[in-house]
Design a protein around this ligand. Sequence first.
Ligand SMILES: [Zn+2]
Length: 229
Amino acid sequence: MYQELKEAAYLANMTIARSGLIPVDSTWGNASQCDRQAGVMAIKPSGVDYSLLTVKDMVVVDLATGQVVEGRLRPSSDTPTHLELYRAFPEIGGVAHTHSRWATIFAQSRRDIPPYGTTHADTFYGAVPCVPALSQEQVEGDYEGNTGRVMAAHCQNTYNQVPAALAAGHGPFTWGANAAKAVENAITLEECAAMAYHSIQLGAPLLEQYVLDKHYSRKHGPKAYYGQK
Ligand SMILES: [Zn+2]
């Protein structure tokens, strides 16, 4: 069952492996896609080498209960984080997590990634936030679930306009309409983070608000005109 969902999740995970977002031969990162009607998501299994990964290895998890409903492997250890994001953000269909270098440097520095250019504005309508760090109690309790809850609470009003956040001292999470879009946003975020780091070194000014408005609105929303019909 859930063949299409598992294929979509599989392809998105393989894109992470090929994207340069994670070290070669690492098992870092994970992507998932959800099916709102079925009330489930498909996610990468925990700690499996990408070169050995297959569609049937994807683990299907109930969105409400977190129970595995299909699959013989254990789901990614970040599964509770993905679940919290799906529960809090009703309009998303995919989530991706990496430890891509530049975005993670901002996460470790507890800094937002400010918008310095149109590359950023095309996808993120404003700064990508670094969310508050977890307390010791939150870490020692339901760590992965709390990672998702803190991010969800911080981004509740902006998640549609800024489909990414940095978990403090940890790394980036991105989301989108499906798993492929979430991974695409992770790739864009990494490039924006690298550019922002160097722009800060050169003393770049923030992008003018009206340019941010223009670039975001021409690709998103009711008046979008970028690309093909
Ligand atoms: Zn992580």
